[in-house]
Design a protein around this ligand. Structure first.
Ligand code: SAH
Length: 232
């Protein structure tokens, strides 16, 4: 898979995609992530990519030409399954969407900035508009990072134990069960006893542990996110 991220702040996105699971997934050849500086596609002598909006509104708008030139250059090299624009008014990002996008071959994620992008780009180049939540960020970089992380971590081989991605919250519409590690019994710094790990997890009975995990998931989902169970 290949993900191309277009941004005016490559220095913000680049280090993120080189670290941890995203970095390792690229070294393993599971994904290629390319970050493009939109200013490289500006024909303006000051490398500007934005201008005042028509109509006298406040703020600046990202112009058609640099984005058109950048996306056209990418499309000349390969076919893209999706050209995604990060936008608070887009379809809400979710685990099913991450799963679906992880099956694509090539995707572009365009990060907006300022007041947004010239509407004609959305009409002519964008195939999908995605929001990461009902709040407004200053730019699409964090949204692109969130989406890329969620997509790449579920590529087979990206995280050591593949089962681990499948048992995360939202896969199967269930929240994850509690997890514990050593020590079995913990006394906190202030002397409080935080209790011990549930016996069942120390029992070694694989089937009963699986059953416990499912019960815990169901109970937590019913309590915290009953909406996820609708239609199940
Ligand atoms: N005027 C726009 C907001 C612009 S915020 C509006 O009211 O819809 C600047 C840029 O940040 C947006 O173009 C978008 O790319 C990004 N952004 C802001 N909030 C976002 C969110 N919740 N999800 C995805 N991208 C977001």
């Amino acid at each position: 898979m290949r993900i191309d991220i277009i941004t005016v702040l490559p220095e913000l996105v680049e280090p993120f995609v080189q670290e941890s699971i995203l970095g390792r997934a690229q070294k393993k050849g599971l994904v290629e992530i390319h970050v493009h500086n939109l200013r490289d596609y500006s024909t303006n002598r000051w490398r500007r990519v934005d201008d005042y909006p028509f109509g006298g509104f406040a703020g600046m708008v990202m112009q058609c030409e640099p984005i058109d030139r950048c996306i056209s250059a990418l499309k000349a090299e390969r076919e893209y399954d999706e050209v995604i624009f990060t936008s608070p008014d887009g379809e809400q990002f979710s685990q099913p969407m991450a799963n679906e996008l992880s099956l694509k071959k090539n995707i572009i994620i365009l990060c907006g900035h300022y007041k947004g992008i010239d509407w004609r780009i959305r009409e002519h180049l964008i195939t999908r508009e995605v929001s990461i939540g009902d709040y407004v960020l200053t730019g699409g970089e964090l949204a692109a990072a969130v989406m890329t992380d969620a997509i790449v971590r579920i590529l087979p081989g990206a995280i050591g134990d593949e089962q681990s991605a499948l048992s995360d919250s939202f896969q199967d519409n269930l929240l994850a069960a509690p997890v514990y590690s050593r020590p079995k019994q913990y006394t906190a710094v202030d002397g409080t006893d935080w209790g011990s790990v549930p016996d069942i997890l120390l029992s070694g009975h694989e089937a009963r542990i699986k059953e416990w995990e499912l019960q815990q998931s169901l109970e937590r989902t019913r309590r915290l996110r009953p909406d996820l169970l609708e239609g199940k």
